[in-house]
Design a protein around this ligand. Structure first.
Ligand code: CP
Length: 355
């Protein structure tokens, strides 16, 4: 069984296969209009979404398949206390593939422990959002023609931004990637990503305190929203929410060939006077999300019986407890899974360091 929980579940060559298939779908839409006839996708969304849920729905419909699911956990038996794993066992009776979004980190990985069908992580808390990353990679490839030798400016909420975490993990595997990290100190990139991802793979990164001084050097400017829903202290949110705003004046300092990406929704971190700039790629990015999800559905259904495709997040019960209150291992009856790398013990579900 092949699932997609983290961008690194896909090898670079599998990512290339998916991108190539998405590009073929874009060029030959009619060829794919019946390929999922008789198949069902279940979209289990425990957290709000516009793009991810509707692009999955649209993707499966364009492949000729059907979609079931819920957009709000309150309308399902989750509201009566059903666990993620029991819900997945039930949905396995109804659907061939599952896309799950959950505010609890590690919930989609816990789902893979019991599922008879492929599970796609459609975003788990602040942790990971691999289908957004696939969307971003297809967009970068289509906008700039390559995934190599790129300097990527990441702006805004780098602490809670799951799209940023997933994109960094994916891009470290391409040649000569460099990152510029632009965030208020309160929303800086977590140390585990700097150390275990960037440092481990020898990827250069530097921190900057404003957009203006770096915009001329980046090939991609990846803007993100400061996510009010992740803050426990609303005063802190108010203090940092408007720190970095991209506008047409700042775009005058950018390279002629570059692209502005944003996973969306935006609040006010990109002024609307940027929208008509040809380098503003964020609405094209949304459409790419549908095509890449079509390709992902097809590939995961194809790979589910292929024993040469591996999926293993590892980890064993070490008798410790994950310190993350939003980790599935603290909220539902799943077996704790920890992994040791050098001196650090890390929870496999959410990647927090165990104390
Ligand atoms: N980019 C993204 O995940 O958007 P939604 O929250 O609307 O799905």
């Amino acid at each position: 069984m092949k699932h997609l929980i983290d961008p690194t579940d896909l090898s670079v060559s599998e990512i290339a296969e998916i991108i190539a298939l998405a590009e073929d779908i874009i060029a030959n839409r009619a060829k794919y209009s019946e390929v999922c006839r008789g198949k069902k996708l279940a979209t289990l969304f425990y957290e709000p979404s516009t793009r991810t849920r509707l692009s999955f729905t649209s993707a499966m419909m364009e492949l000729g398949g059907n979609v079931i699911g819920f957009a709000d956990a309150k309308s399902s038996s989750v509201s009566k206390g059903e666990t993620v794993q029991d819900t997945v066992r039930v949905i396995n009776c109804f659907a061939d593939i599952i896309a799950m979004r959950h505010k609890v980190e590690g919930a989609p990985l816990a789902a893979t422990e019991v599922s008879r069908t492929p599970i796609i992580n459609a975003g788990d808390g602040s942790h990971s959002h691999p289908t957004q990353t696939m969307t971003d990679l297809l967009t970068i490839k289509r906008e700039l023609g390559t995934l190599n030798n790129l300097t990527i400016g990441l702006v805004g909420d780098l602490k809670y931004g799951r799209t940023v975490h997933s994109l960094i993990k994916a891009m470290t595997r391409y040649e000569n990637t460099k990152f510029v990290l632009i965030s208020p100190p309160e929303l800086a990139l977590p140390d585990y990503i700097k150390r275990d991802v960037c440092d481990r793979y020898g990827v250069e990164y530097r921190e900057a305190s404003d957009i203006e001084s770096v915009i001329g050097n980046v090939d991609i400017l990846y803007m993100t929203r400061v996510q009010q829903e992740r803050f426990t202290d609303l005063e802190e949110y108010e203090r940092v929410k408007d720190c970095f705003v991209l506008d047409a004046a700042k775009m005058r300092g950018a390279k002629e060939r570059m692209a502005v990406l944003h996973p969306l929704p935006r609040v006010n971190e990109i002024a609307i006077d940027v929208d008509n700039d040809p380098r503003a790629a964020y609405f094209r990015q949304v459409e790419n999300g549908k095509f890449v999800r079509m390709a992902l559905i097809l590939k995961l259904l194809e790979w589910q019986d292929d024993v040469t495709r591996t999926f293993d997040h590892g980890g064993v019960d070490m008798g410790c407890k994950c310190p993350n209150p939003l980790c599935i291992s603290n909220l539902e009856p799943v077996r704790p899974r920890f992994e040791r790398s050098e001196d650090i013990v890390r929870c496999v579900y959410c990647e927090w360091e165990a104390k």
